[in-house]
Design a protein around this ligand. Structure first.
Ligand code: CMP
Length: 146
């Protein structure tokens, strides 16, 4: 399987619950590597741009408000099949339907306040990663120090 990179966002609800460390631990325990990481607060304009594909949806305005309501932790995850693995670890979009043991099942509330985001395909990751990180902010993996 190919080594991929995917964008992860720990959303304002999960950051507010002080779950950032627990979520990063679950990511690392799954074998994915964090190769870029920062805490930021999205402006409404940044949130609108990031979710522009959803702009015709009825939930768009609320989603933009929620995503800019507090700090988020954005990261780039790397590993074989990282896109599908991160989505599996997050669980389904609706946290109310997400099993315990998934990020959304453990830390989310509903379909909007769902604790985390992940890119849904390689083409999406190629757009979403540079939305938050320039090339110099993404580190090469060091498997083992000499
Ligand atoms: P995410 O994976 O970040 O991608 C789009 C987001 O829109 C999604 O997580 C949810 O936070 C939100 N979303 C998706 N569907 C709905 C919905 N039916 N109602 C409200 N918010 C939604």
């Amino acid at each position: 399987m190919a080594v991929e990179r995917t964008l992860s966002i720990i959303k304002p609800d999960a950051v507010a619950k002080n779950a950032t460390g627990a979520i990063l631990k679950a990511i690392q325990d799954s074998g994915l590597r964090v190769v870029a990481l920062k805490m930021i607060r999205l402006t409404e304009q940044q949130a609108r741009g990031f979710y522009a594909v959803h702009k015709a949806r009825p939930f768009y305005a609320d989603l933009v408000k929620f995503m800019s309501s507090g700090p988020v932790v954005v990261s780039v995850l790397e590993g074989e099949g990282a896109i599908a693995r991160w989505r599996e670890l997050m669980g389904p979009t609706d946290s109310a339907k997400a099993p315990k043991g998934t990020i959304r099942g453990d830390f989310g509330t509903d379909v909007e306040r769902n604790a985390s985001h992940g890119s849904d395909a390689p083409e999406t990751a190629r757009v979403e990663i540079p939305y938050f990180f320039n090339a110099g902010e993404i580190q090469a993996v060091v498997e083992a120090l000499p």
